[in-house]
Each structure stands twice: as structure tokens, then as C-alpha cells.
Design a binder for this molecule. Structure first.
Ligand code: GUN
Ligand code: ZN
Length: 488
């Protein structure tokens, strides 16, 4: 389907978009609850009531069950699940990764998905796990490509997904993305990442997703296969993922685990219910624990908080404060914090995608020094052509002193020197701590020395925190900062 995805708002690599399917248009970022047709934890109408706009189910499971399969052929998938919105179907590739083999041919399962009128069909890709040797990753990727090419030849009016594999090899992921973006797919899932998320390897997840996204480019909708924990939504959205599927809400519930966007509790360890969803409002912890219906109630709570986090992430995209939100979320676990730091290593890529103006920049941690806006400001500084005498200061100066110089620039960590005329505009009007942290001061000093190198005809005078505060910071221009040709 040509142009089934439109982007309305952007923040970092994240966006709010509209995905059009044969059963209607939905807004992304979007979470699709996974429906197991054998084991309806919550019926579709209840999922819809909780906020599900789109579902995902497994066509392989349906196809292997005679009763379900003939009901689906007869009534269509939407009739079978009693859901009128869009439904995506997976191909059984995940079962393949768990059980080693499955009893169906790639084209057969694609045709089955088409025959039951799935809105988004997924060909039978090979979910290569993390850390396999390069030969295996390449071999399986070749086979995935072969199947995807075959699927593309048999596509119809339904949407078709083109999964990006490549194990933990960023180069393979990027190449896979680049190759697939030119093929007739509508949605691009990043696959083979469930083991990374299960073992909290979120930094590796950042590398894999960033590589796939670099290859795919910014224009196509991306699904992160198997990401259902609300803790990872902000990070995944900031990396440019648009669709998520949650089996987690039901799997965690069966295991007596209570999800929050900040982490997971075992029901037996909770003394309070720190949530205001209908389940947590109607029950106290004791009644929830003892209810014969507790797994269903817990599933409902888990889904409620998952949708709540998606709505919150969307609001932050609208406001342009996704970074600030992400900083908070990534404080919930050391592995998440590592991932956040890893994301800041992709600042130039993010800078190329990020929008130019947002709500006020809040500097909430030393990592703000790595934000795309700081990088962009540095690039712009090198284009300032100053000559004559220049004062750079973080102090108030009077008019008489001002007149002694041709230019007066304020010094504001983490940005460094800023022209007075821009001090009230985004992002230089940032709210920053009154005592800058070391990383911010270092970034500001680097920016200043870059400006000095870029303006060899200017004479600089620095009146900054009594000068002493800058001692020990590098004066050489940073090597990570270069202007890639005027993207800013
Ligand atoms: N579900 C979780 N991971 C995957 C994957 O890599 N491919 C498919 N098709 N489904 C998945
Ligand atoms: Zn709740």
C-alpha cells in the first residue's frame, strides 16, 4: 500500500505518525496487545475498552488448529477475534526460534494470512539470536532475504512487513535495512531482539535498532518485535520505533508480576498498589492477591500501565520533551542507564533527525551535554565569523565594559559561547543548573575552543567563573563534532 505512513510530529528519532490499514488508520507510537487465540486472557472487546486500537496474533497457531483455522477462513480473522480494528499477524517465526523448526512453508503461511484478511502480514523470517557467529548470521539473513523477495512477489492489497534481522552485527542490520527499504514492504519490524530484552541487554538493543534505522532511513514505520515492557517504550521510541507488541502483559500476569513503567514487582512483594487504573482503584493489594480472578485483573493492570506509558511518550513528543522523559525512565535500572548513555553516543545521527524547536530544554543530568541540540549549537558556532575583540563571559557586565569589545558572548554550559541575540530562543534559553556539572563545563569549553579555532582573526577575552573553573578542561576542539554539510 503506497504511503500508508505519515509523520505528524517528531522528537529525537521518535515520531507521532498515522498508519493506514485496510481496517482503518491508527496513530503511532502504538502498542498492539498479543492475542493468543487459544488462551484469551482478555477478550478483544475488553482490550479495545482498555485502549487497544490494533491487535497482533499468530497466524501459525491459528493455521495449526483445525477448528480455529476453518473458523478464520469462514469468518475472517476479524470475525474470529471479534475485533473491528486493524489486526497484524505474525508468521510463526518466533515459534521457529523457540522450537527449532515448524511445520509450514514460507509461502504457505503468507497465503494463509492473506486468506484470513490480516491487515499486516509477516513473511516467515528467521529470527537469528544474538551473538551467533558471523557466518550463521549472514547465512540466515540471506535466507530471510530470499523469503522476503518471494513474499514481495506475492503481495496483495494487505500490508506486508519486511523484518530486519542480522543478530548483534550492526553492519548486517544496517545493510539489511538499506536493502529492504527499497523493496515493496509497508512496515519494518526489527526482529531477533527478544533475547536481548529478556536479559536486559538494552545497550545492545540500542546498537541493533540504531543500525537498522540508519539503513531503513527515517520515512518508514518500524516495529520492535517483542517489546512489551513499558520500561523500554521511551527508549525505543526515541530510537525511531513506531509499533510495539505486548505479550508481556499476559505472560507477566500469569507469573504474578505487576508492571510499571519504572520496573516490575512480584505481587507478593507489593504492600500498596501504586497505580490508579480501574483494577488498582477497585482493589487493595490483599483482595487482588486473593482474588480467584487475579491473573486476569493483573493482565488488565499491566495493559493499562502500558497504554498509559505510550500516551505519556506521545505527549512528550508533542511537547518536544522526549529526552527529559527518557532521562527519567532510564534511571529505573542500571542497564537502562547504560542504554541511555549508549544512545548519547549516537548524537550526530539523532541531531540529523531531531526537530529544531521544542519546549524549554531542561538540563537534568550531565548527559545533557550530549544532547543533539548541544551538538547542533557547536556546529553552528563554527560558522560564526568573528573578528576584532570578543568577550566571552558568564557574568553580568555593564554597558561601559561592553563597549570595550566588538562582540560580547555569554558563556552557558553545556552550550558554550552563545550570541546575546539568541539567548532567549530554543535551545539556548535552556533551564540549566546554577552550578554546572563537569561534563557540561567540559562541553562548553570544547565549544569555546572550537569557536576560537574557527575565528583566527578574533582576539578572545574570557571572564568565566574567575577563570580558575576552566582549568584542566581540554582546549583542543572536540573530534566528534563536525559539520556534515549544513544539516542544522
Ligand atoms: N517475534 C519476536 N521476534 C520475532 C522475529 O524476529 N520475527 C518474527 N516474525 N516474529 C518475532
Ligand atoms: Zn493499575
Amino acid at each position: 500500500m503506497p504511503d500508508c505512513f505519515e509523520i505528524a510530529y517528531k522528537d529525537l528519532a521518535g515520531r507521532i505518525g498515522r498508519l493506514t490499514t485496510p481496517h482503518g488508520t491508527v496513530e503511532t507510537p502504538l502498542l498492539m496487545p498479543v492475542v493468543n487465540p487459544h488462551l484469551l486472557m482478555l477478550p478483544a472487546f475488553q482490550l479495545q475498552e482498555i485502549g487497544a486500537e490494533m491487535l497482533i496474533t499468530n497466524s501459525y497457531i491459528i493455521s495449526q488448529d483445525e477448528e480455529l483455522s476453518s473458523a478464520a477462513q469462514e469468518k475472517g480473522l476479524h470475525g474470529l477475534l471479534d475485533f473491528s480494528g486493524p489486526i497484524m499477524t505474525d508468521s510463526g517465526a518466533f515459534q521457529l526460534s523457540v522450537y527449532g523448526s515448524i511445520d509450514v512453508q514460507p509461502l504457505e503461511i503468507l497465503r494463509f494470512q492473506q486468506s484470513i484478511r490480516s491487515d499486516v502480514c509477516v513473511p516467515l523470517d528467521i529470527p537469528t539470536p544474538p551473538d551467533v557467529d558471523l557466518q550463521r548470521a549472514e547465512r540466515e539473513l540471506r535466507e530471510t532475504f530470499r523469503r522476503l523477495e518471494e513474499a514481495a512477489l506475492h503481495r496483495d492489497d494487505l500490508l506486508l512487513a519486511g523484518p530486519v534481522q542480522g543478530s548483534t552485527y550492526p553492519q548486517l542490520r544496517e545493510e539489511a535495512g538499506r536493502r529492504l527499504r527499497n523493496m515493496p514492504f509497508d512496515i519494518y519490524p526489527v526482529g531477533g531482539v527478544v533475547p536481548l530484552m529478556e536479559s536486559y541487554r538494552f545497550s545492545d538493543l540500542v546498537e541493533v535498532v540504531a543500525a537498522a534505522k540508519r539503513g531503513l532511513g527515517p520515512g518508514v514505520p518500524v516495529h520492535l518485535f517483542g517489546a512489551g515492557h513499558p520500561m523500554v517504550f521511551a527508549l525505543a521510541v526515541a530510537l525511531g520505533c513506531d509499533l510495539f507488541d505486548s505479550a508481556a502483559y499476559a505472560i507477566y500476569a500469569r507469573d504474578g508480576r505487576y508492571l510499571t513503567a519504572g520496573g516490575t514487582w512480584k505481587l507478593e512483594d507489593l504492600e500498596y498498589l501504586p497505580c490508579s487504573c480501574p483494577v488498582c482503584k477497585k482493589n487493595d493489594i490483599q483482595t487482588l492477591r486473593e482474588s480467584p480472578d487475579r491473573f486476569r485483573l493483573l493482565a488488565r493492570h499491566n495493559l493499562e500501565v502500558s497504554f498509559q506509558e505510550i500516551r505519556l511518550v506521545k505527549q512528550h513528543i508533542r511537547d518536544g520533551s522526549l529526552w527529559e522523559h527518557l532521562e527519567g525512565r532510564c534511571r529505573s535500572h542500571p542497564r537502562m542507564y547504560e542504554a541511555f548513555r549508549r544512545l548519547t553516543g549516537h548524537a550526530s545521527w539523532l541531531e540529523g533527525l531531531d526537530r529544531a524547536s521544542k519546549s524549554t530544554f531542561f538540563s537534568l543530568s550531565s548527559r545533557s551535554a550530549r544532547r543533539p541540540e548541544v551538538l547542533r549549537h557547536k556546529m553552528r558556532l563554527t560558522r560564526l565569523c568573528l573578528s576584532g575583540s570578543v568577550l566571552v563571559t558568564d557574568q553580568r557586565i555593564d554597558r561601559a565594559e561592553k563597549e570595550l569589545y566588538d562582540h560580547v558572548l555569554a558563556f552557558k554550559p553545556p552550550f558554550g559561547p552563545i550570541p546575546a541575540a539568541l539567548s532567549e530562543t530554543y535551545p539556548l534559553n535552556a533551564e540549566v543548573p546554577r552550578e554546572p556539572d563537569e561534563e557540561s563545563t567540559r562541553a562548553a569549553v570544547e565549544a569555546l575552543s572550537m569557536l576560537e579555532s574557527a575565528c583566527p582573526d578574533a582576539r578572545f577575552t574570557k571572564k568565566i567563573g574567575g577563570q580558575r573553573s576552566l582549568e584542566g578542561y581540554p582546549t583542543e576542539p572536540s573530534t566528534v563534532c563536525h559539520d556534515p554539510g549544513g544539516v542544522a
